[in-house]
Ligand binder design. Structure first.
Ligand code: S3P
Length: 179
């Protein structure tokens, strides 16, 4: 049985595409009685199109500006949110700083084999739409991995971990932050 969290903080989930941020985030929000925010879904709603369409129509830089704008706007929202972020969002130093201000940042770290399994055949992610998937994941993680690590308060290695174990790790992160 998961205890209900005090709604005086937020949890921010970061990590590579396919690491489970949205799936885990939705379930965790439900378990804690928090609101669930998915930055990609918010941007799709605001722009009236999918992320792939947005990349095609307005380009990646436009999308990245919308990400920054969105997380900045969350700073003035009431606490009690679990926020699942797009995989590239922490890469802007400005964004990483906002995320830290927003709440407890949790890096969901999935292994490369898990990511390849989950992302094979995916058609929703414009950055993975062509080329060698495994090679792309490997080279992107070389750049992104250290940024995820340095942005996060806690890193959870999610391979072979049950949802309840992940929730337990989030609760421990919460307790640690409270001191
Ligand atoms: C991206 C990850 C995607 C989405 C966009 C770019 C990235 O979100 O924001 O396609 O740069 O890693 P998910 O991590 O939810 O797939």
């Amino acid at each position: 049985m998961v205890r209900r969290m005090q709604k005086d903080r937020n949890f921010i989930l970061i990590g590579y595409m396919g690491s489970g941020k949205s799936t885990v985030g939705k379930k965790a929000a439900k378990a804690f009685g928090f609101r669930f925010i998915d930055t990609d879904v918010c941007i799709e709603e605001q722009e009236g199109c999918t992320i792939s369409e947005l990349f095609a129509k307005k380009g990646e830089a436009y999308f990245r500006d919308r990400e920054t704008e969105l997380i900045r706007s969350l700073l003035s929202e009431p606490k009690g949110m679990v926020v699942a972020t797009g995989g590239g969002l922490p890469m802007r130093p400005e964004n990483a700083a906002i995320l830290k201000q927003l709440g407890t940042v949790i890096y969901l770290k999935a292994g490369q084999d898990t990511l390849v399994d989950r992302l094979t055949g995916d058609t929703q992610r414009p950055l993975l739409s062509d080329g060698d998937l495994r090679g792309k994941i490997k080279s992107m993680l070389e750049i992104r991995g250290p940024v995820y690590e340095s942005t996060a308060d806690v890193c959870i290695a999610t391979d072979n971990m049950s949802f309840y174990e992940m929730i337990g790790a989030m609760e421990r992160a919460d307790a640690k932050e409270r001191g």
